[in-house]
Ligand binder design. Structure first.
Ligand code: HEC
Length: 140
């Protein structure tokens, strides 16, 4: 199920295969929305609905919330999940805890897939569509 972006001929980052299998599949063609696996697609939708008002649609942050590409650089999946569970009560700014939020808590894995795709640069900013052949992923 985990297929390297490079193996699919993904344009960005295709030259350097990642050390670990990426938690996403992406296919991009010029002047079209990139197509992504189901988990990454759900992560994108949840992010737009629940996170983008503060962290911006492209995850690069706002005047009051950090650029996640910088802030999550090197962050483990475990630390990311903990950040969502606990929220963040900084001296100047606050992120509400999401561990009991039914719109966020079921989708941590999907958010991780989407955010890793953005942070590595394999997924450019902008809208995405689903890959039609979601092999190995239950489409329901
Ligand atoms: C109300 C605005 C707001 C929303 C909504 C929000 N965040 Fe944040 N987030 C923040 C702020 C502000 C910080 C940093 C606080 C600081 O550094 O003082 C932050 C920090 C983070 C961090 C870094 C935590 C760390 O330990 O370094 C992650 C990861 C993150 N947010 C992810 C998300 C995700 C994913 C969502 C959507 C589920 C989300 N945020 C929704 C405002 C928000």
């Amino acid at each position: 199920m985990l297929v390297l972006c490079a193996a699919l001929g993904c344009q960005a980052g295709a030259a350097q295969p990642p050390l670990e299998a990426a938690p996403y599949e992406i296919e991009c063609e010029p002047e079209q929305a990139c197509r992504v696996d189901l988990a990454t697609y759900i992560g994108w939708r949840v992010f737009q609905a629940q996170c983008a008002t503060c962290h911006a649609a492209d995850v690069r942050g706002s005047s009051f919330a950090p650029d996640l590409a910088l802030r999550m650089d090197g962050m483990t999946q475990r630390a990311f999940f903990a950040a969502l569970d606990n929220g963040y009560f900084g001296p100047r700014s606050t992120m509400p805890p999401r561990g009991r939020d039914p719109n966020v808590a079921p989708y941590y894995d999907e958010l991780w897939s989407f955010l890793r795709a953005r942070i590595t640069g394999d997924l450019p900013p902008g809208p995405v569509e689903r890959l039609s052949d979601d092999e190995g992923v239950a489409a329901d």
